[in-house]
Design a binder for this molecule. Structure first.
Ligand code: ADP
Ligand code: ASP
Ligand code: MG
Length: 409
């Protein structure tokens, strides 16, 4: 008998029929003698709908109140799933995040889990119940409801699995595993049998929303066996594992992309000490996260300074930098919110040269201009015009033959 934590995402609980289907799946595991804790998301589209309501009332809603609102989406699905299970004669109880003491910090809308008291869940399991927990939410030390950021139910599930020392954490979604890239963009994307935590972390942080990045971090830190599976079809899914010595690594495990970035450039900045600080200091003071930064080599004593931010922060960043060109004696500010970042990820890259040039060749072959490049040991990212997203991803997928399991070996 095992203890399994299962998480069902928005599409998987998107209608009454689908919730009934989830109840059937949970019951199957119960019948095999396993203890099951289920984490659910809000019904698909619900979190967006609630966000829309909030913005219709107040363009900048207060984080605390937004969390009170957003947490209701998951409260609906936990109750419905518990009812569906009870209707099948399976004892079940639903709990909000606060009720099972998912203690977080107070960073509303992007809170981090600090601690989970699993005692109540364990008592219910011992009494033969299925425990259904609301994903994406917790409570801070002052009793305020918090939420964990978009996609946060993945993190709830992994954190519960870690706290309960579960045998496996299963993330059920609308695709049957982690693919070499988003299968909605490249039809020939291939499901991976396994992917290392390190690669999955990189894929998640570079934009693959199949798992929230914190869920991957947590699973790696607490050694939680993590698997991504489909709610709609049977199959082994994808196992997230540690890199094993001597394991043959694919050169590239996947392609991630991020459509939420925007580019800001300050042209003709005097090439002097302190310039980067004077540009990025106020940006960071405003709590805006900067991703890529590129500064050209100065030719005529001036340089161009470019960085990227989340698209939601684009207007704010431009507003903050208003007036800076005059102060810095720079030429002007320009920006472009219509960019995307495409990244190649693979631990096999560490030991191979020539990946970057092959990547640039493939993009050049399609006439795609690269605006920015950034590299690390296991990834290469490029920023290109948004209109090249699909073309770029497909060209790279083909160039590195990712549809074939033998690629690069
Ligand atoms: P859920 O609501 O179940 O949490 P998400 O929409 O958050 O589901 O995540 C699943 C989606 O992630 C898929 O439908 C797919 O379009 C997208 N996705 C992006 N990159 C990948 C990838 N490499 N492998 C699989 N799915 C991916
Ligand atoms: N409902 C939340 C969202 O849409 C959390 C989740 O689904 O993981 O982001
Ligand atoms: Mg998700």
């Amino acid at each position: 008998m095992a203890l399994i934590v299962q998480k069902y995402g928005g599409t998987s609980v998107g209608s009454v029929e689908r919730i009934q289907h989830v109840a059937d799946k949970v019951l199957d595991y119960r019948r095999q003698g396993h203890d099951v804790v289920v984490v659910v998301s809000a019904m698909s589209g619900e979190t967006d709908r609630l966000l829309g309501l909030a913005r219709d009332i107040n363009a900048r809603p207060e984080g605390r109140e937004l969390d009170v609102l957003l947490s209701t989406g998951e409260q609906v699905t936990i109750a419905l799933l518990a009812m569906a299970l009870e209707g099948r004669g399976c004892p079940a109880r639903s709990y909000t995040g606060a009720q099972v003491h998912i203690l977080t910090d107070s960073a509303h809308n992007k809170a981090r889990i600090r601690d989970i008291d699993g005692a109540r869940v364990r008592r219910d399991l011992a009494d033969g119940r299925v425990v259904v927990v609301a994903g994406f939410q917790g409570v801070d030390e002052h009793g305020n409801i918090t939420t964990l950021g978009r996609g946060g139910s993945d993190t709830t599930a992994v954190a519960l699995a870690a706290a309960l020392k579960a045998d496996e954490c299963q993330i059920y979604t609308d695709v049957d595993g982690v693919y070499t890239t988003d299968p909605r963009v490249a039809a020939n994307a291939r499901r991976l049998e396994r992917i290392t935590f390190e690669e999955m972390l990189e894929m998640a942080s570079l934009g693959s929303k199949v798992l929230q990045i914190r869920a991957v971090e947590f699973a790696g830190k607490y050694n939680v066996p993590l698997r991504v599976l489909s709610s709609f079809q049977e199959g082994p899914g994808t196992l997230i594992t540690f890199e094993e010595d001597g394991m043959e690594q694919a050169l590239i495990s996947g392609i991630a992309f991020n459509q939420n970035e925007a580019q800001v450039t300050i042209l003709g900045v005097p090439d002097q000490p302190g310039v980067a600080w004077r540009i990025l200091g106020p940006i960071s003071d405003a709590n805006i996260e900067v991703d890529m930064i590129v500064q050209n080599v100065g030719a005529d004593g001036t340089t161009d300074f470019t960085f990227t931010v989340h698209r939601n922060d684009y207007d704010k960043a431009l507003a903050i930098l208003q007036g800076l060109p005059e102060k810095l004696h720079a030429r002007q500010i320009s920006g472009d919110p219509k960019i995307v970042k495409i990244s190649l990820v693979g631990v096999g890259m560490r030991s191979h040269a020539g990946i970057a040039s092959k990547m640039f060749e493939a993009l050049a072959g399609e006439g795609i201009n690269i605006r920015m490049i950034s590299t690390s040991e296991i990834k290469i990212s490029v920023v290109v015009d948004e209109k090249y997203l699909e073309l770029g991803v497909r060209a790279l997928h083909d160039a590195f033959e990712l549809e074939s399991p033998q690629q690069g070996r």
